[in-house]
Write a protein that binds this ligand. Structure first.
Ligand SMILES: Cc1cc2nc3c(=O)[nH]c(=O)nc-3n(C[C@H](O)[C@H](O)[C@H](O)COP(=O)(O)OP(=O)(O)OC[C@H]3O[C@@H](n4cnc5c(N)ncnc54)[C@H](O)[C@@H]3O)c2cc1C
Length: 441
């Protein structure tokens, strides 16, 4: 069930995001070349690219612009996929693995280039992303990643303990690495700006228009909404963790997992001078990872694993508030002004996926916790593929949808997995990652 509110608790981004463009529900019969279901970053960046290349496009959004993860996220623009080229090669084959890795590592630059080109008003700052660690394995991983990036001509730096303490202002980590292409945005502002750009390019964007049925219609597709019917030869399902009963096998292929965030009042000057002075955003390599950044007003925004269900009480954010105090014990009694959550779509392979569910019916999900950069960069490729370029133009191979066995037990899976990961973090002693560096989720 999708809430009509933007989020259960209002994200800090709402206060400073420019208002959304005026949109209304779809009404009556509408014909188009491509129908996009879902107005998050993925649906809208695809719609923008389609409209700009002259393809008639209609976007249907169940609630408001950015109502899903896109408007609730931490707004960290992080390059890369979860795995290295060798690991990707084992999943997708050598050539496809290399191609996907390179595309992934270039997504943050591509995202900021799109933001600049389209003048997307979203408080974008490209001041780097740090992956912080406190185990031997995590540090070895950081060295390997820096080597890989440098071999590919990218700007990555290994951080020893002194360097990471200087950049983050926390003594919680022994080191890590910095990729300079990363950065931050106001994610709700970004999603609304994408909608404005897509409208300006000629796309029709309809909010409060849940797709409630999706059926074959001749050689194309018909989508029913409460007050309308949209027909199109091609459809993109971009519903992420909120994928419901529209295409049941797709919903069964993901585990929706809550991630919660808290934001403080703007840090007072002496404290601000000690926190995240480099301006980079940070996620760590814990299995149950933590991520944090400052917003332009100097509020500290800290996120991590949420509870199994939607947040209802401030006490459910105790983990994030404890994390904040552990990372920065000198914060003192700082007011937490915002607490909110959103759902990340986790897929078992922990890699983004693209599917051709049936002729003309595309879907892309599972960018896990790195979707801001990925979705912005991937949208234009998806648009090219849908507009006639075919799957070959995508940076990742199309894969069949793989429903998770006993998906109805998903709450149990998620709870058991979280307990297991927490226990392994504890076994590591310091609570940090093992193999592979953990992606955001
Ligand atoms: C709390 C949190 C923090 C995160 N932090 C970061 C971060 O810092 N950096 C990062 O890179 N990633 C982060 N992520 C992940 C990132 O936000 C997502 O990967 C990305 O936003 C996914 O975008 P999307 O467009 O695929 O999906 P969404 O933004 O979820 O959009 C899907 C849309 O589909 C709509 N929809 C669903 N069903 C229907 C229907 N039947 N009809 C019509 N519309 C429908 C929904 O209302 C929704 O608006 C975070 C996620 C969460 C939840």
């Amino acid at each position: 069930m999708i809430s009509k509110d933007i989020m259960l608790g209002a994200p800090v981004w709402l206060a400073t995001a420019p208002p959304p463009p005026a949109t209304r529900p779809v009404a009556g019969p509408v014909e188009t070349r491509v129908a996009v279901i879902g107005a998050g970053i993925l649906g809208l960046s695809t719609a923008l690219a389609l409209a700009q290349s002259g393809v008639d496009t209609v976007v249907l959004e169940a609630a408001g612009i950015g109502a899903g993860a896109s408007g609730a996220s931490g707004g960290q623009v992080i390059p890369g996929l979860r795995f290295d080229p060798g690991e990707l090669a084992r999943v997708w084959g050598a050539a496809a693995g290399r191609r996907a890795w390179r595309f992934g590592m270039e997504t943050a630059d591509a995202a900021f280039a799109l933001i600049r080109r389209e003048g997307l008003d979203c408080h974008a700052e490209q001041r780097g992303w740090i992956q912080a660690s406190d185990t031997d394995h995590g540090l070895a991983e950081a060295r390997r990643r820096v080597d890989l990036c440098r071999q590919a001509g990218q700007d990555a730096t290994l951080l020893d303990r002194d360097a990471i303490v200087a950049k983050i202002g926390s003594t919680a980590y022994r080191g890590g690495w910095l990729h300079r292409s990363g950065g931050t945005v106001n994610p709700l502002a970004l999603t609304r700006a994408l909608a404005r750009a897509a409208l300006a390019a000629g796309a029709r964007v309809h909010t409060d228009s849940p797709a409630i049925a999706l059926r074959r219609d001749g050689s194309g597709w018909a989508i029913a909404t409460p007050a309308g019917r949209v027909t199109a030869p091609s459809v993109l399902v971009a519903t992420n963790a909120l994928t419901g009963g529209l295409w049941p096998p797709l919903a069964r292929a993901i585990l929706p997992v809550w991630s919660f965030q808290v934001a403080t009042s703007p840090l007072p000057e002496p404290v601000r001078a000690r926190v995240l002075t480099s301006g980079a955003c940070v996620s760590d390599t814990r299995r149950v990872l933590r991520y944090f950044r400052l917003d332009p007003a100097g509020r500290l925004v800290v996120g991590g694993k949420g509870t199994a269900a939607a947040p209802r009480r401030p006490a459910q954010f105790a983990l994030q508030e404890r994390t904040m105090q552990r990372l920065f014990p000198f914060l003192g009694a700082l007011a937490v002004t915002h607490r909110w959550g959103g759902q990340v779509a986790i897929v078992p392979g922990r890699l983004p996926s693209a599917h051709l569910l049936a002729p003309g019916l595309w879907a892309a999900i599972g960018c896990n916790g790195k979707g801001v950069a990925w979705c912005l960069a991937f949208g234009s490729r998806l648009a090219e593929a849908i507009a006639g370029g075919g799957p070959g133009v995508l940076p990742i191979p199309l894969t069949p949808v793989a429903p998770i066995p006993f998906h109805r037990l998903r709450r149990l899976y998620v709870a058991a997995a979280a307990a297991w990961l927490r226990a392994r973090d504890r076994l590591d002693g310091t609570g940090s990652a093992g193999h592979g560096g953990r992606a955001k989720a």
